[in-house]
Design a protein around this ligand. Structure first.
Ligand code: FNR
Length: 360
């Protein structure tokens, strides 16, 4: 295939590069994959209202996320086990983030250690966590990230158990031993039944985690906490009440609850509930610069990119991740230019029309 010109073409390359079990793991969603399709389709129902005759000879996409300057409102979403996509794993991803001057979100389930990622690049790094029944392990990991200069904790709150990912069940998907947990807990959970990752999560993840536990998390770290997985105004309000530094509107890339709404369809509800008390971030289905523009117009401060980054990594390692990020940045820059927006702050609600507005 010729050089890919967009993220969807990177997905084709990733498919060619990966064994079926891993490709299915990266692309798949839960059950009927209704939400998986909707995450992407819902963007198509939003149109852009461009403004003309604005001086757009200079476009500035830079912004700040939790006070950290970044070249564009784009972050790497925490996604698990990058070494299944490429031998250099998260180190390659983090280097690409540094080269593109965007923030790196490192998954709790990474295949490179916190220290390896830290020493390989100078990207601003946020660390994502799941809370294990063994709270001592989670506390250890949080403090390890803090010691290693990570700047925020992302608490993923939509995963008391793993969603039912049927491709992984069929493929009997197995996780490798994750190096961060060596000597602490075996992640190489092996059973003959279905998805081994799901079985591992079922015995390890703490399904009793609830709002009061944010106080516990705050007691073990000085880092700001972002809560990931908010889809309703009710939970957005609770998140502000318990004192998080920001929230991430996310349905986990449609891998958890099928028939949860497409994230872009609930972003505005959450933004209204938050009333600018903390920043709102967004992920799910972002494949184009126009998608990022729509997210910003509906009130989020930045997007996190999950699968697109993994496709870049699988296809071409560090260089592929950098290409994907630069592609999205270039597309966003062009969208801003053609819509009459010179800076991120110029992108407003009046620059998009949702399907509800179109039909009424
Ligand atoms: C994820 N996601 C995820 N989230 C998280 O908090 N911890 C994790 O370890 C993972 N792992 C993971 C693996 C894979 C293969 C995918 C696709 C996703 C969810 C991720 O952070 C993000 O919410 C979605 O990927 C966003 O949707 P898109 O960009 O993939 O459409």
């Amino acid at each position: 295939m010729a050089e890919p010109v967009n993220v969807n073409e990177f997905q084709v390359l990733a498919r060619q590069a990966l064994p079926k079990m891993y490709y299915n793991y990266y692309t798949g969603g839960a059950e009927d994959q209704h939400t998986l399709r909707e995450n992407v389709e819902a963007f198509r129902r939003i149109t852009i209202r461009p403004r003309i005759l604005v001086d757009v000879s200079r476009i500035d996409m830079s912004t700040a996320i939790l006070g950290y300057k970044t070249s564009a409102p784009i972050m790497i979403a925490p996604t698990a086990m990058h070494k299944l996509a490429h031998p250099e794993g998260e180190v390659a991803t983090a280097r690409a983030a540094a080269a593109s001057d965007v923030i790196m979100g490192l998954s709790y389930m990474s295949t490179c250690t916190v220290e390896e990622v830290t020493s390989s690049c100078n990207a601003v790094r946020f660390f994502q966590i799941y809370v294990y029944k063994r709270r001592d392990i989670t506390a250890f990991m949080v403090q390890r990230a803090e010691r290693n200069g990570f700047k925020a904790i992302i608490l993923t709150a939509d995963t008391p158990r793993l969603g039912r990912r049927e491709a992984d069940i069929k493929n009997k998907m197995v996780a490798p031993q994750l190096k961060n947990f060596e000597g602490l807990i075996s992640t190489e959970y092996v059973s003959d039944d279905g998805s081994n990752i799901e079985a591992f999560a079922a015995v390890t993840f703490d399904a009793s985690l609830c709002w009061k536990d944010i106080a516990w998390l705050k007691s073990i770290t000085n880092l700001p906490i972002l809560i990931k997985g908010v889809l309703t105004s009710e939970d957005a309000i609770k998140a502000v009440e318990v004192g998080v530094a920001g929230i991430i509107v996310s349905n986990h890339g449609a891998r958890q609850l099928d028939y949860a709404p497409a994230t872009i369809s609930v972003l505005e509800e959450v933004v209204h509930a938050i009333q600018d008390k903390v920043p709102v971030f967004f992920d799910g289905g972002v494949r184009r610069g126009t998608d990022i523009f729509k997210v910003l117009a509906l009130g989020a401060k930045a997007v996190l990119i999950g699968r697109a980054v993994v496709y870049g990594l699988a296809a071409k390692g560090e260089h592929g991740v950098k290409q994907v990020i630069e592609m999205l940045k270039n597309e966003l820059e062009l969208t801003m230019t053609l819509s009459g927006c010179c800076t991120i702050n110029d992108i407003t609600r009046s620059h998009v029309k949702t399907d509800k507005e179109i039909c009424c």
